[in-house]
Design a protein around this ligand. Structure first.
Ligand SMILES: Nc1ncnc2c1ncn2[C@@H]1O[C@H](COP(=O)(O)OP(=O)(O)OP(=O)(O)O)[C@@H](O)[C@H]1O
Ligand SMILES: [Mg+2]
Length: 881
């Protein structure tokens, strides 16, 4: 009920007024009574209290009596004016004010002596010290002074009650204080639905405010509901709420009640929002305070428990240990920064949190990487050669390359490290050579098989955010090596896979690129690691599946396979001593004759490499040992007979496999990842209708070769002496044995053609001849790949004449001398030459030069000398060997 507005500090002190449900009634007897008491008051100071006249004291404020008063007072009249700052008095409202200006004090004294009626007007500019009428708002409130108390500091405190809105019409006098003529301003009020609605809306808004306001008690709502008419409700609420004077003044000036209700509702709505937001913020602050307090308490308790259990020290010790490890790891600056950052983070995480383990594992990885650890290369070339020779027989090209690398290192310590790729059939010593190189250089050796690696993350690791993430294979290997310059063998690079997880070969590109691998970044460590000093050696059985970009970055060194004699030497020097050593059979004193070893090589193993040979030699030793253990006295010197007795029937009867018994068969040479192979091609003819049947898992390219061969034959029936009509009433069937193994490639062309001609002319192919070469439709022979492997395979199979394309002749130098010297090579340009050389019978095949092929294809007479191989000589040589 009271004036809630806080008064201006200097002059208006909010005080009391809560009990003042009095109503002033300006009546003559009251004024007289006051005047009569005045001399007494001045006699007994301080503090004289001006009380309301007795009668007036009995009258209650509120309700109807004021209307009655209004009729008395609301005529235009002349009243003293009290200018006020920072506040606005509304009709019917009570407002305590402090008054200090001498003019105002004087005015109040006079008013108290008269009918106590004054007009309160708000100042426009609160700074004016002695406001004139022009400094005041034009609309103010006619009021009655209910009480006046003299304060010790020459100030007085008064309580005024508003009576009605008045307009300041004209100044009557300015001295000794402002007196003006005012006239009442009546509410423009219509009693309609809209006004009632607006009043209801205002009340609702007020109710909402009361519900969340910390300062407004619920009773004010009851009081507000009792206010009527609506204009009075608006005035009541406007004076009740803490609003700035410049908001209140316009409300006072609003004569139109609807407008007043509307404006006030808007103001209240805003006020409500402000209160609400304030409350939310308050709640949030409280909540977060509560949460933090709770956490703090829990942590305190946890720490106490940990201390009790002796665990808290554990994590601190761990952090100290890590700090020390980081110190010792001598990381590059950038890496060090990352490690320090992670360590600082670790110290903040409670040890129970899952991130703690993640961060600690990461830091452990960081510390264990050999950032600054490397081994010194042994640059002694003699020593290196000795080590390499000790472990491996032959392989001179590779050994030379390693020695070159060492030699360069002598001059330039940080010379670029080569990335080598050993390619060759299984068991040719690629992996073991890698180990031996590491031994020769004095480097750590790490081997990582890439077979079946399908995911990029296996090379480059998973990001730390994954649960259970680890660095990739490369950095794991480096850590295992414990040195930043090991020999890193990436085995079976041709078995690398690729699937939807990403292509590991692209990650390998970065590893194997000397330009990039100085800053190889693993996803897990997320800091660069220098791989440029690592000697990478990759191995593959064949290069086809290796992506060209990867192939390009490596130095490819081929290991084609060993000859029988090499195998003999390797067995003597390496395989047998190793098998004896590994089986602990030194006391057995078993010896092998050369023939025995060669028998194992030829009849029990048929391979380019040494795996099976190694196994069979060990078998011989173990079986002898078993007999000795059983108390028998087996011969200790192993000869071919003994081999047969111990190993059982021969497994590879090459003589039989390669013997040609009848027309229609020919021997070809094929290349496979496991080395070269001799391939028998058979053809047969039967009644039918012009069909060419091809069986034996032939690939598309080989099928086309077969068709081309047949077309060549059909177009040359005349020269070949074949019945031109043969095809009309027959089917031809070409078959390659070992039908379960898929075969493809163009180099069987000459063999297919020879088999067909042999079949159709009835002339057998000479025994001991194998051939390789692609043919064109017009009979030219084109070069092939894998010559060395093919020749070695032919040699293994006991074949001593090989027909090869002329262009491949230059590749013969690569073939070991001991093989070369036992073989006859027949270079050819045209199929007629092949037929002439390979088919039995006297009638040499006439050379035919295709009409469109005349410039490029030389005839047998003017081309390269047709190798003059006589059947006899071939047979003779065959018998010799
Ligand atoms: N030139 C050689 N001198 C001595 N021993 C050899 C030679 N070549 C290979 N070996 C031996 O042959 C065996 C097989 O070699 P290794 O495992 O290195 O073959 P690989 O080429 O890696 O085969 P794969 O391609 O199947 O992995 C090893 O015991 C190795 O010591
Ligand atoms: Mg290997």
């Amino acid at each position: 009920m009271s004036g809630v507005r806080r008064p201006e500090p200097a002059r208006l002190a909010s005080r009391g007024g809560r009990n003042s449900k009095e109503k002033a009634r300006r009546s003559r007897p009251a004024r007289e009574a006051a005047a009569a008491r005045r001399p007494r008051r001045s006699a007994k100071r301080p503090p004289p209290v001006y009380m309301l006249p007795r009668r007036a004291q009995k009258i209650e404020i509120g309700g109807e009596p004021l209307t009655e008063t209004a009729t008395v007072t609301l005529a235009p009249r002349q009243v003293p004016v009290l200018p006020v700052r920072h506040t606005v008095l509304f009709p019917f409202a009570l407002l305590p004010l402090n008054v200090g200006r001498p003019k105002s004090l004087r005015m109040l004294n006079d008013a108290m002596a008269a009918d106590r009626t004054i007009a309160v007007f708000a100042e426009r500019q609160p700074t004016t010290e002695d406001p004139a009428a022009t400094d005041l708002h034009r609309v103010g409130t006619l009021a009655v002074v209910l009480r006046m108390i003299r304060m010790p500091d020459e100030q007085v405190s008064i309580l005024v009650q508003g009576l009605a809105r008045v307009h300041l019409n004209e100044v009557v006098s300015t001295e000794p204080y402002l007196t003006a003529k005012v006239s009442p301003v009546y509410d423009a009020e219509v009693d309609d639905v809209e006004t009632a609605g607006l009043a209801q809306a205002l009340l609702t808004e007020f109710e909402r405010i009361v519900s969340i306001s910390p300062t407004l008690p619920a009773e004010v709502l009851v009081a507000a509901k009792n206010q009527s008419p609506p204009g009075r409700l608006a005035d009541f609420l406007a004076s009740l709420l803490e609003l700035p004077a410049d908001v209140k003044q316009p409300l006072l000036e609003m004569q139109d009640v609807k407008q007043r209700l509307h404006s006030l509702t808007e103001i209240l709505a805003r006020q409500h929002q402000v209160l609400e937001v304030g409350q939310q913020i308050q709640e949030q602050v409280q909540q977060s305070l509560d949460q933090r307090q709770k956490e703090f308490l829990l942590r305190q308790q946890l720490e106490a428990i940990q201390k009790e259990l002796g665990e808290g020290d554990e994590s601190r010790r761990e952090i100290d240990e890590l700090k020390e490890k980081i110190e010792k790891a001598h990381m590059p600056e950038e890496v060090r920064r990352e490690a320090d950052r992670e360590l600082a983070r670790l110290a903040r995480i409670p040890p129970q949190a899952p991130e703690y383990t993640v961060a600690r594992t990461y830091l452990e990885w960081m510390c264990e990487m050999p950032w600054a650890v490397s081994t010194e290369d042994d640059l002694d070339l003699k020593h290196a050669r000795a080590v390499l020779d000790e472990d491996h027989y032959g392989l001179d090209k590779i050994k030379e390359r390693i020695l070159e690398f060492l030699a360069v290192r002598r001059f330039k310590r940080d010379a670029r490290t080569p990335i080598l790729c050993f390619v060759g059939p299984p068991g040719t010593g690629k992996t073991s050579l890698g180990m031996s190189i590491a031994k020769a250089l004095g480097r750590k050796f790490i081997r990582q098989s890439l077979g079946g690696v399908r995911d990029e993350a296996e090379i480059r690791g998973h990001r730390r955010t994954y649960i259970g993430a680890l660095p990739g294979n490369i950095l794991r290997g480096i850590r295992r090596a414990g040195s930043r310059n090991p020999l890193f063998m990436l085995d079976e690079i041709d078995k690398l896979g690729a699937d939807f997880h990403g292509d590991p070969s692209s990650a390998l590109l970065e590893v194997l690129d000397p330009e990039q691998n100085g800053t190889f970044t693993d996803h897990y460590l997320d800091v660069p690691f220098d791989l440029s000093q690592v000697l990478f050696v990759t191995t593959a059985n064949y290069l086809d599946p290796v992506p060209p970009a990867l192939r390009d970055r490596m130095e490819v060194i081929e290991l084609a396979g060993y000859t029988d004699l090499e195998k003999l030497a390797i067995s003597r020097r390496h395989l047998i001593p190793k098998a004896i050593r590994e089986n602990g059979l030194e006391e057995l004193n078993v010896t092998f004759s050369d023939e025995a070893i060669l028998k194992v090589v030829r009849d029990y193993t048929s391979e380019a490499g040494l795996r099976n040979l190694e196994r069979e030699l060990a078998n011989l030793l173990r079986r002898t040992a078993k007999l000795v253990a059983e108390g028998e006295e087996p011969p200790r010197a192993i000869d071919p007979n003994r081999v047969h007795e111990l190993l059982g029937p021969e497994r590879f009867q090459t003589e039989q496999l390669t013997r040609i018994e009848q027309p229609g068969a020919a021997l070809g040479l094929a290349w496979t990842p496991a080395g070269g192979e001799v391939l028998m091609i058979e053809a047969t003819v039967m009644p039918g209708s012009k069909q060419l049947l091809l069986t034996g898992q032939l690939g598309e390219v080989m099928r086309e070769s077969a068709h081309a061969a047949l077309s060549y034959v059909r177009s040359h029936v005349g020269e070949l002496g074949i019945d031109p009509e043969f095809f009309e009433s027959s089917d031809i069937h070409v078959h390659l044995p070992s039908g379960a193994i898929p075969k493809d490639g163009p180099s069987a062309g000459v063999t297919l053609c020879t088999a067909l001609v042999s079949l159709l002319t009835g002339r057998k192919v000479r025994t001991g001849i194998a051939m390789t070469g692609e043919i064109t439709l017009l009979g030219r022979v084109l070069p092939i790949g894998g010559l060395k492997e093919k020749v070695l395979a032919a040699h293994r199979a006991g074949i001593n004449t090989v027909i090869i394309p002329t262009e491949n002749q230059k590749g013969l130098d690569e073939i070991p001398v001991e093989v070369r010297s036992h073989m006859i090579f027949a270079p050819v340009d045209r199929i007629e030459q092949v037929l002439g050389l390979s088919l039995e019978g006297d009638a040499p095949v006439k050379t035919v030069v295709g009409p469109t092929d005349s410039e490029t294809a030389p005839s047998a007479s003017d081309g390269p000398e047709t190798p003059s191989i006589q059947t006899e000589s071939v047979v003779a040589r065959r018998r010799e060997s």
